[in-house]
Design a protein around this ligand. Structure first.
Ligand code: NAD
Ligand code: SHR
Length: 933
C-alpha cells in the first residue's frame, strides 16, 4: 500500500493544477450508466472527483441513472452535464463490462473488462473492441513498478465479503441447530455504510467474548488467504470480533483446544502451502514465472483446521488450486470430536469447515468446486461434496459458499469514493487519449500504457497472449466437448448382460454423447436403439487396434465392460491417448502393470467399481473406517456375494441362471483362492478344488445357500487397512445349495476345461452333445445304448448327478456350436440354456460380517446385508448393482471429482462416500445390524 500512495502522490503532483488548465481545454469525458447487474450502484468516479475534473476545465458528461448510489444531483453540483448522449466524449469511464451493442466506436473505454484470462463470456466484448477501433484500458492491469495493482475495489470486496460470510454463518449455524451472536449480522447492503455493519459485528463480538457461543461447536478458526487489499479489508472487519491470530503451524492446536470466547485468525501466505513438485520450498520469482512447477499443501495442512476460509488470492490459470473437488470430499466428511460436549439438543458440527467466502470468485479456479458465482440476490449456496451439487439452502449436508463477484457494490458509496480517489490521477493521464490516433502519438505514463489491451484494432503486444489462450481454450473445448462446445463423449465398450443400466444412467446427462462398442454389432444396436445420442459401433479390441485407438482418442472417458481379460488392451490405448477409464473388474496383474505408465501420463483408471468387486468394497470401507474412527479394531472380515436367479426361477440342475458373463461364472469355478483363517493363510489350488470347499451358508435362513472362497482375499487385509488387527479375512461367492456339487460333475466330465479339444475345432466335423460327452468319456463310439451311456457317466461323475446331466441336455442329439475349448463351448451353450427367461428375475445377495473389538474389550458383529431383486430379465439386479457404481464413477471422473492418476480402487472416503450416497438415491440401500458378542 505504501508504494501505491507514493505513486499516487507523484501523479497528483504532476497534475496538481486545480483551476482550468489549457492542457485539458476541449477534453470531454463521460461516466456511463452501469447495466451489468441490477445491484450495480457504483461509479468509477465520485462527485468530488468529478468536481476536480470540471475545475480543470474538463467537460464531464454523466449518463443519467437513478440506481447509482450517488444521486445525479451530486454530479450536477460537481459541474457535470447529466445527459444520455455520451458520443461527444473521447474517453468513457465505467465500472463493469459494456454490452457489445452499446460500445461506441473510436472511443477510449476504461472498465473491468474481464478479458485478460480470455474469459469466454467476455470474448465478444474483446472482439467488438477490436472491430470498433476501441482503446480498451482495464483497471485490473494498472500496476506500479513492482507489479502491484494500483486501482482496485479490493478492500471493499474484503469488507463486504467478511460481513457476508458472518451473516451466512449465523444462518448456517442456526440450520445446524445453534443460535449464535452471528444471527444479528445482516448482509452488507442492509447497512447504510460499513461502519454500521461493523458496529453490528462488534456487538456480536461482545456477546462472543461473554461466552454466548454454544460449547458443542468448539473453537472457530478463520483462515485468510492472500495479504492484498481483499484480505486486508476482510481482516479489518474480522478484528472487530474478539480475535487472536495464530501462525499456520498452530492452527490445528487452536482448532482442537482453543476457547470459544474468541475467534482465531490465521493469515496464510503462499510460502506456507506452496511447494516445488520436485522438492524445495517456495521461490516467489520462480513461482510467478512458472506456477505449474508447484503443488499446494493447503488442503492437507491448512484447510482441515479452518472453520471458515476467506479466499483473497489472485488465481492465475496453471497455478495450483487451493481446494480441488476431491479435497472437498475429504474435508466435508463426518468428524468425530469426542472431546466436545454434545447432545441431541446441542449437536456437534458435521465437519469443521463451515464456510468459504471466495472473494477471488474465479469459477473453477482456486476453489475448484465453486463453478458458478453466487449473486447478491442469492448470496449463498451449500456445496454438497458427496453429490457434487450446490443447493440454495442453509439446511442439509455441505459447506456454505459465498462467491459474489461484485461484493463492493454492496457498499456502493464507500467503494466509489475509494476507487475514485485511486483512479483519478490515472484518469488525468488517460484523458489525453484519442483512439482515432496511433498509440505512439500519445505519451501515457507507463502504468496507463501497460493497461491498454486493445488499440487501433489490435491487441497491444503485452496482451497478444490472449489470442494464444483463446486458441488453446478452443482446442481444449473441441477435444473436451465435441462440436457443440459443451458436450462430453463417453466410450462404453461391451454391450453384454450388465451394460444397460450404465447406458441409461449416463444418458440422463443431456450433454453427454455415448458411443457403444461391441464385438457383436447387433448387441450394440439393440441397446443403442433404445436411447438417442448413443451410437453403436462394431469393434474387436483384440483385432482392430487402430479403430480402438481412434474411438478412444475422441472420447473424454472410456468405460470397459468387456470380458476382464481384455481391459488391459483398452487401458494401454487410454494411457497413450491420455483418456481416463473405468472398469467394474478386478485390477488384475495385467492392469496393475500399467500403473506407473498411467501415473506418468496423468491418466485415472478406476477399477473394481461394480458389485463384487465394487459395492462390497464401498460398504466394507464405510464400516471399517467408522470403526477405526471410534477407536475399534476389525478382528474378522467375512463377506459373501452372489448373483442368483430369484428362488422361484432356480429350478434347474445348477439352481443357477446367468446374470453376468457366463464364461466368467464358469471360469471362476476353476480358480484358485486364498484366505486368512485364524491368522493362517489357507490356499486352494486352481483346477476345480474350489468347488469341494463349498459350505452351507445360514445367515439368511430362508434361503438355501452355499458359499466358497473367491480369489485372493488376503491382499485386501492391506488394502482395507486391517492387516495388523484382523485374524480372519475371507471374501466368497454364494450359490444355491447343489451348484458346487453339479459343477464338480461337469468338471469330472471334462466340460469345464479351458484347454483346446480336437473335437471342438470350429472347422472340424459336426458333433452332437451326446457325441461330445462320449468323446470326453473316451468311448470309442457314440453309438451306445442310452441307459448304458448313463450308467458310464454315473460311474465317472456319481449317479446322483445323472439327472442333472440329462436335464441340462448333454445327452441330446443337438448339434454343438464348437468354440475350440470345452469351457467356451459350454459357456455358449449354457448362456442360452440358463438365460433368465422373459418372466424370470434375478437376485443379488451381499453380506459382510465384520467382527469388531472395542478398546474396553467388548466385541460385536456388524452385519451388513444388501438384497436387491431384478425388475425383469432385462433390468436385472446384477446389471444395476454393477453398472450403476461404474456409471457414477465415470460421472465423477468426468467432472473431476476423482483426479488421482494411476490404477485407483474405490477404497478411500472421497470415492466411496459419494458413490454410496448416490447409489442410495438409485434405491440401492444396504442395512446394518449390530450384534453384541
Ligand atoms: N464387479 C462386478 O460385480 C461384476 C459383475 C458382473 C460383471 N462384471 C464384469 O463386467 C464386464 C461385463 O460383464 P457382462 O456380464 O456384461 O459380460 P458379457 O459377457 O455379457 O458381455 C461382454 C461384452 O463384451 C463384448 N466383447 C467380447 N469380446 C470382445 C472383443 N474382443 N472386442 C470387443 N468386444 C468384445 C461382447 O460382445 C459383449 O458385448 C466383465 O468384465 C465382467 O467380468 C463385474
Ligand atoms: N461373486 C458373485 C458376484 C460376482 C459378480 C461378478 N464378479 C466378477 C468380476 C470379474 C471381473 O470382471 O474382474 C467375478 O469374477 O467375480 C457371484 O459370482 O455371483
Amino acid at each position: 500500500m505504501g508504494s501505491l500512495i507514493r505513486l499516487n502522490n507523484y501523479i497528483v503532483k504532476r497534475f496538481r493544477h486545480t483551476s482550468a488548465n489549457p492542457k485539458y481545454a476541449g477534453k470531454v469525458i463521460a461516466i456511463r450508466r452501469e447495466d451489468q447487474s441490477v445491484w450495480e450502484r457504483r461509479a468509477p468516479l465520485a462527485p468530488n472527483n468529478v468536481s476536480r475534473l470540471t475545475r480543470l476545465g474538463i467537460k464531464v458528461i454523466v449518463q443519467p441513472s437513478n440506481r447509482r448510489a450517488y444521486p445525479m444531483q451530486a454530479y450536477a453540483n460537481a459541474g457535470a452535464i447529466i445527459q444520455e448522449d455520451i458520443s461527444e466524449a473521447s474517453v468513457i469511464f465505467g465500472v463493469k463490462q459494456v454490452p457489445v451493442d452499446l460500445l461506441l466506436p473510436d472511443k477510449t473505454y476504461c472498465m473491468f473488462s474481464h478479458t485478460i484470462k480470455a474469459q469466454q463470456d467476455n470474448m465478444p466484448l474483446l472482439d467488438a473492441a477490436l472491430m470498433k477501433n476501441i482503446r480498451l484500458i482495464d483497471y485490473e492491469k494498472l500496476v506500479d513498478d513492482s507489479g502491484q495493482r494500483v486501482v482496485a475495489f479490493g478492500k471493499y470486496a474484503g469488507v463486504a465479503g467478511m460481513v457476508n460470510i458472518l451473516h451466512g454463518l449465523g444462518l448456517r449455524l442456526l440450520a445446524l441447530g445453534h443460535h449464535t451472536p452471528f444471527m444479528h449480522i445482516g448482509p452488507p447492503h442492509n447497512y447504510r455504510n460499513s461502519m454500521m455493519a461493523r458496529q453490528a459485528i462488534r456487538d456480536a463480538g461482545y456477546e462472543i467474548a461473554l461466552g454466548m457461543m454454544p460449547k458443542s461447536i468448539g473453537p472457530l478458526t478463520f483462515v485468510f488467504t492472500g495479504s492484498g487489499n481483499v484480505s486486508q479489508g476482510a481482516q479489518e472487519v474480522f478484528q472487530d470480533l474478539p480475535y487472536e491470530y495464530v501462525p499456520p503451524d498452530m492452527l490445528q492446536k487452536v482448532a482442537e483446544h482453543g476457547v470459544n470466547t474468541k475467534i482465531y485468525g490465521c493469515e496464510v501466505r503462499r510460502r506456507h502451502y506452496l511447494e516445488r513438485k520436485d522438492g524445495g520450498g517456495f521461490d516467489r520469482e520462480e513461482y510467478e514465472g512458472n506456477p505449474s512447477l508447484y503443488t499446494s499443501t493447503f488442503s492437507k495442512k491448512i484447510a482441515p483446521f479452518a472453520s471458515v476460509i476467506i479466499n483473497g488470492i489472485y488465481w492465475a490459470v496453471d497455478s495450483p488450486k487451493l481446494l480441488t473437488l476431491p479435497d472437498a470430499k475429504v474435508l466435508l466428511r463426518q468428524m468425530n470430536l469426542p472431546w466436545l460436549p454434545s447432545s441431541v439438543g446441542a449437536p456437534a458440527l458435521p465437519h469443521r469447515l463451515l464456510g468459504i467466502c471466495d472473494i477471488s470468485a474465479d469459477p473453477g479456479g482456486s476453489i475448484e468446486f465453486m463453478n458458478e458465482c453466487t449473486t447478491i440476490d442469492n448470496p449463498f449456496c451449500l456445496y454438497d461434496a458427496d453429490q457434487n451439487k450446490d443447493t440454495k439452502s442453509f439446511r442439509g449436508p455441505g459447506v456454505l459458499v459465498c462467491s459474489i463477484d461484485n461484493m463492493p457494490t454492496q457498499l456502493p458509496m464507500e467503494a466509489t469514493d475509494f476507487f475514485g480517489s485511486l483512479v483519478l490521477p490515472y484518469a488525468l493521464d488517460i484523458i489525453q487519449s484519442d483512439a482515432t490516433k496511433p498509440l505512439e502519438e500519445h505519451s501515457f505514463i507507463p502504468s496507463v500504457h501497460a493497461a491498454i489491451i486493445t488499440s487501433n484494432g489490435k491487441l497491444t503486444p503485452n496482451f497478444e497472449y490472449i489470442q494464444d489462450l483463446r486458441n488453446m481454450n478452443s482446442a481444449n473445448r473441441h477435444k473436451e466437448s465435441g462440436s457443440s462446445g459443451t458436450e462430453k463423449r463417453c466410450l462404453v465398450l461391451g454391450a453384454g448382460l450388465v451394460s444397460e443400466p450404465l447406458i441409461e444412467f449416463l444418458h440422463r446427462d443431456p450433454s453427454l454423447s455415448i458411443t457403444l462398442g461391441s464385438l457383436l454389432k447387433e448387441d450394440a444396436d439393440s441397446l443403442a436403439n433404445k436411447y438417442d445420442r448413443v451410437e453403436p459401433v462394431a469393434i474387436s479390441v483384440t483385432d482392430q487396434m487402430q479403430h480402438l485407438a481412434n474411438l478412444i482418442d475422441s472420447a473424454d472417458i472410456v468405460v470397459s465392460l468387456l470380458p476382464y481379460s481384455l481391459h488391459h488392451v483398452v487401458a494401454e490405448c487410454c494411457i497413450n491417448s491420455k483418456v481416463n477409464m473405468v472398469t467394474a473388474s478386478y485390477c488384475n496383474p495385467d492392469m496393475q502393470a500399467l500403473h506407473n505408465r498411467a501415473v506418468e501420463a496423468g491418466v485415472t483408471i478406476v477399477n473394481e467399481v461394480g458389485l463384487d468387486p465394487g459395492l462390497d468394497h464401498l460398504l466394507a470401507m464405510e464400516c471399517i473406517d467408522s470403526i477405526h474412527e471410534f477407536g475399534g479394531k476389525v478382528d474378522s472380515f467375512i463377506s459373501y456375494c452372489g448373483g442368483l436367479p430369484a428362488p422361484e426361477c432356480s429350478d434347474n440342475a445348477l439352481r443357477y441362471k446367468f446374470s453376468w458373463s457366463p464364461h466368467g461364472v464358469l471360469l471362476n469355478t476353476l480358480a484358485n483362492a486364498k484366505y486368512l483363517s485364524d491368522s493362517k493363510v489357507v490356499e486352494i489350488p486352481a483346477g476345480g478344488e474350489l468347488m469341494k470347499t463349498a459350505e452351507d451358508m445360514t445367515f439368511l435362513p430362508g434361503f438355501s445357500l452355499e458359499g466358497f472362497p473367491n480369489r485372493d482375499s488376503v491382499k485386501y487385509a492391506q488394502l482395507y487397512g486391517i492387516a495388523a488387527e484382523c485374524h480372519t479375512i475371507l471374501r466368497g461367492t454364494l450359490r444355491y445349495r447343489g451348484f458346487s456339487h453339479m459343477i464338480q460333475g461337469l468338471q469330472l466330465l471334462g466340460l469345464i476345461d479351458p484347454n483346446p479339444h480336437p473335437a471342438l475345432h470350429p472347422n472340424g466335423p459336426d458333433i452332437t452333445w451326446r457325441q461330445l460327452v462320449c468323446t470326453l468319456l473316451n468311448l470309442s463310439t457314440s453309438d451306445i445304448f442310452y441307459e448304458n451311456l448313463k450308467s458310464k457317466i454315473g460311474d465317472k461323475i456319481g449317479q446322483d448327478r445323472l439327472v442333472g446331466v440329462e436335464e441340462l441336455g448333454f445327452l441330446m442329439d443337438d448339434p454343438v456350436q464348437k468354440l475350440t475349448t470345452p469351457l467356451d463351448t459350454l459357456s455358449h451353450f449354457l448362456s442360452k440354456k440358463l438365460a433368465l427367461g422373459p418372466n424370470d428375475r434375478d437376485l443379488v445377495i451381499l453380506r459382510h460380517n465384520i467382527g469388531v473389538k472395542w478398546p474396553a474389550g467388548h466385541r460385536e458383529m456388524r452385519e451388513i446385508t444388501l438384497v436387491v431383486y431384478g425388475e425383469s430379465n432385462k433390468r436385472t439386479a446384477m446389471a444395476r448393482t454393477v453398472s450403476l457404481p461404474a456409471a457414477i464413477t465415470a460421472q465423477m471422473v468426468l467432472s473431476g471429482e476423482i483426479q488421482a492418476a494411476g490404477m485407483v480402487l474405490p477404497l478411500s472416503p472421497d470415492i466411496y462416500r459419494p458413490l454410496l450416497s448416490r447409489l442410495r438415491k438409485e434405491g440401492i440401500v444396504a442395512t446394518e445390524n449390530i450384534r453384541n458378542l
